[in-house]
Write a protein that binds this ligand. Structure first.
Ligand code: NDP
Length: 241
């Protein structure tokens, strides 16, 4: 790609999974505002305006492969991957079914692994790349009723660090953002008492905004010498773990 963004560096080919709403949409907008070529995946609903939108379910490798092929054809191989798609199926451990556990791990952890595996093909060829995994504060903090979700989110840390060790010498970084309680559809679904309980424990005394996460993603996309790191963006809730 030859176009130049407002910061006078070449525009990058960026892909954000789950970029049709919430954190993913804010991240996609931030990269687009920075002058990059941005593609998003959406699974359901309407594709968002202003980006190359490709339909994909991260639990389905064939749909991911087709999505990557479309992105590569339109804006070049992915240079910055934000593996953001994620889901919850909360339930107390004793009541959680195998299906509830497996579905969340398949979407959040295996899904992130699938998109990373597909993205590094082009990154290895280009000898550069940025992979950013959207984990969660609860991956290290724990969360009652979220054994599936917390396990999937802490798994992303081992995933990122292994990629960092495997591909760091090829100019590829893999880092993790651990958002705290961010105001999106996902958290609006939580009971009011749970929301109040979290707010009382956050030193910043407020929930985060999607743009707080977008700024962290922009930083990690720039930071060539930050690799295998976990960046908490949680108002101090996890105290950096
Ligand atoms: P939302 O529920 O608002 O959005 C989730 C996104 O993921 C949607 O775009 C959704 O697509 C997509 N998605 C879910 N499952 C799949 C799948 N199988 N294949 C493809 N896409 C899928 O969540 P948030 O914006 O709040 O969260 C984004 C990420 O940040 C998630 O990984 C979440 O775990 C993480 N996070 C969020 C926190 C918060 O407080 N909000 C805190 C910590 C981490 P569709 O619209 O089709 O459902």
């Amino acid at each position: 790609m030859t176009s130049v963004n407002p910061t006078q560096r070449p525009a990058r080919s960026v892909l954000v999974t789950g970029g049709n709403r919430g954190i993913g949409l804010a991240v996609a907008r931030a990269f687009a505002d920075a002058g990059d070529h941005v593609a998003v995946t959406y699974r359901s609903g309407q594709p968002p305006q202003g980006f190359l939108a490709v339909q994909a379910d991260v639990t389905d490798p064939a749909s991911l492969d087709a999505a990557f092929a479309a992105v590569e054809a339109q804006q070049g191989a992915v240079e910055v991957l934000v593996a953001n798609a994620g889901t919850t199926r909360d339930q107390l451990l004793m009541r959680m079914s195998d299906e509830e556990f497996d579905a969340v791990v398949d979407a959040n952890l295996s899904g992130a692994w699938r998109v990373a595996r597909r993205a590094v093909r082009g990154m290895v060829r280009a000898k550069r790349g940025r992979i950013i995994f959207m984990s969660s504060v609860v991956g290290l903090y724990g969360s009652p009723g979220q054994t599936n979700y917390a396990a999937s989110k802490s798994g992303m840390i081992g995933l990122a660090r292994s990629i960092a060790r495997e591909l760091g010498s090829r100019g590829i970084t893999a880092n993790v953002i651990a958002p705290g309680f961010i105001d999106t559809d996902m958290t609006r679904e939580l009971p009011e008492a749970t929301q109040a309980d979290y707010k009382a424990r956050i030193p910043a005394a407020r929930f985060g905004d999607v743009d707080d996460i977008a700024r962290a993603a922009l930083f990690l996309a720039e930071a060539g010498y930050v690799n295998g790191a976990v960046l908490p963006v949680d108002g101090g809730l996890g105290m950096g773990h």
